[in-house]
Design a protein around this ligand. Structure first.
Ligand code: GTP
Ligand code: MG
Length: 188
């Protein structure tokens, strides 16, 4: 058959924001609440056991297929000591998923700093790659809205790239499909 287009997606954001939890939701072995082949038809390439989610060391690579695309997702560690690994993946990546902990008001300024550094990087700056933001942990009682998060991150200043923000609850899997469908449209 036809070969699927290969795309690399970089998953970034501070430690504890929920990156690995989001990616774990895409795995078919997560029967309790995985997204499954819904409208975006995201499928994991191989069966993987659901594991307890622990802080990522360095990075993990996951592969998913949709009807038209073959995705390689780089799930990077958000810990400050590993953030210098992010930039080594910029050149090869075609899209970015940036995850924010909507309940972490104290570190929103750190998230903004990391985002600004990312968007100003020479391997990212002048490219039209899509950026999907998840304002994650919307289930927390004191979570900020996605509108508030986008204000605090000054997302309206992103002119050269298509971007989209979704509120999400990665544990229940809510809000993820909308974002992934948006991203999928830009990658086809
Ligand atoms: P690093 O790998 O260290 O960069 O962190 P990460 O961004 O991959 O975060 P991870 O997925 O490991 O999640 C961190 C913690 O947040 C875990 O205890 C998750 O269960 C929890 N968590 C993730 N998403 C949500 C969410 O939507 N709501 C709530 N309440 N907790 C969440
Ligand atoms: Mg992780």
């Amino acid at each position: 058959g036809l070969r699927k287009k290969e795309v690399n997606v970089l998953c970034l954001g501070l430690d504890n924001s929920g990156k690995t939890t989001i990616i774990n939701q895409l795995k078919p072995s997560n029967h309790s609440n995985h997204l499954g082949p819904l409208s975006g038809e995201w499928k994991h390439a191989s069966q993987t056991q659901t594991q307890e989610i622990v802080p990522t060391i360095g990075f993990n690579i996951e592969r998913f297929k949709s009807s038209s695309l073959s995705f390689t997702v780089f799930d990077m560690s958000g810990q400050s000591r590993y953030r210098n690994l992010w930039e080594h993946c910029y050149k090869e990546s075609h899209a970015i998923i940036f995850v924010i902990d909507s309940g972490d008001k104290l570190r929103m300024v750190v998230a903004k700093e990391e985002l600004d550094t990312l968007l100003n990087h020479e391997d990212i700056r002048n490219r039209k790659m899509p950026v999907l933001f998840f304002a994650n942990k919307m289930d927390l009682r004191d979570a900020m809205s996605s509108v508030r998060v986008s204000q605090l991150l000054s997302l309206e200043n992103i002119k050269e790239k298509p971007w989209h923000i979704c509120a999400s609850d990665a544990i229940k899997g809510e809000g993820l499909q909308e974002g992934l469908d948006w991203l999928h449209e830009y990658m086809k």
